[in-house]
Design a protein around this ligand. Structure first.
Ligand code: ZN
Length: 371
């Protein structure tokens, strides 16, 4: 199914202010909230869709990436990254949307026992990963060291007496919609409903230890700067809940000779005036090493050559970009007396007079053909 435009999902325009976006989301969240629409998968999808749209459009950095690159820019491609929020993520947004402490209050908004729906989730870990063009082109397996909070071996838990194990404490609050019972996260157990009973000496009060782990990640080909991959459950563990995620933010290392343009790479080739006139076989760098290419006799400056399939894998499919070689004819800037004389002798030759109208297309026509 094609992803809907986030602005369309929230029913706002691109120029909508942060406040307007928030209001639009609030309306949809209330309309499609699972407590109001039990056993209605369509409503649940709408609810998730709106939450995902809000998650992006409420974050200035993500919004900018989305405006520029669409869903791909915010990791919505190929099932990686931000796409497809789970209910925990969504409920954790609500603290921000509906005011009130940490989202717990939302469940009671409709008088339903929404609190029981939530599972606590450990915090996410975020690492930056620098990749070379070659690694991006074909994908790569990387090993990274991360320090995770893990539940210590031998730790045991008992039910929290402050909240009777529910993780939430209820209180009556006055809101603009009248008096309501608000549930908030239990301060004693932090919402997990359980507290540490016995623990080894090196664990902290929550029964956690910090452990360095080596995690291996398969980076798919075609990732781009700023994309975020997510490894579910590889973040911090939390007692009585599920582990957070490990988020990997991609950074591209700029290549010294090859320039990325989407899935294509561009190489600026300089050939001598003599090679351009007589033709030559010239070595050029590609992502996979050097290859020889043929420069035809009479090649003009600005000609583009294409090495098919020598570009970058598409992140969504099996196609691959090309390498485009832009030929620049180098005019000598220093000449010996003999060279000057030789060229002087050719100055008036008919063959040396430019005649662009004849066969050569303009630079812009060629660009149109290539992209
Ligand atoms: Zn408690």
């Amino acid at each position: 199914m094609a992803k809907r435009d986030y602005y369309e999902v929230l029913g706002v325009t691109k120029s909508a202010a942060a406040d307007e976006i928030k209001k639009a989301y609030r309306k949809l969240a209330i309309k499609y909230h699972p407590d109001k629409n039990p056993d209605n998968p369509e409503a649940e999808d709408k609810f998730k869709e709106a939450a995902e749209a809000y998650e992006v459009l409420s974050n200035p950095e993500k919004k900018q990436r989305y405006d520029q690159f669409g869903h791909q820019g915010v990791g919505g491609a190929g099932g990686f990254g931000g796409g497809g929020m789970n209910m925990d993520d969504i409920f954790s947004q609500f603290g921000d949307i509906f005011g009130g402490g940490g989202g717990g209050g939302f469940g009671s908004f409709f008088g339903g026992g929404g609190g029981g729906r939530r599972t606590k989730k450990g915090t996410n870990l975020r690492v930056k990963m620098k990749l070379t063009l070659a690694e991006i082109a074909n994908g790569v397996e990387k090993k990274i060291k991360v320090k995770r909070h893990l539940i210590a071996d031998g730790v045991t838990f008992k039910s929290c007496s402050a909240c009777q194990g529910s993780g939430q404490v209820k209180k009556v609050v006055n809101t603009m919609l009248g008096q309501m019972v608000s549930a908030s996260t239990c301060g004693v157990c932090g919402g997990s409903g359980q507290i540490v009973d016995k623990k080894p000496a090196d664990a902290d009060a929550r029964g956690l230890i910090v452990k360095e782990e080596v995690i291996s990640i398969n980076i798919p080909g075609g990732v781009a700067e700023g994309m975020q991959l997510s490894m579910s459950g590889k973040g911090n563990e939390i007692p009585g809940g599920v582990a957070g995620d490990l988020l990997i933010v991609i950074e591209e290392i700029e290549d010294k000779v090859l320039q990325r343009d989407g899935n294509n790479v561009i190489f600026d080739l300089y050939v001598s005036f003599v090679d351009a006139a007589l033709g030559a076989s010239i070595e050029v760098p590609t992502i996979e090493g050097k290859v020889k290419i043929k420069i035809d006799q009479g090649t003009q400056s600005g000609k583009m050559l294409r090495l098919k399939g020598k570009g970058i894998k598409d992140i969504n499919g099996y196609t691959k970009g090309d390498q485009l070689i832009m030929v620049n004819v180098w005019t000598p800037t220093h000449l010996s007396r003999e060279e000057k004389e030789a060229l002087e002798a050719l100055r008036d030759s008919e063959n040396f007079k430019p005649d662009p109208g004849n066969s050569e297309k303009s630079f812009f026509d060629k660009m149109k053909e290539f992209f």
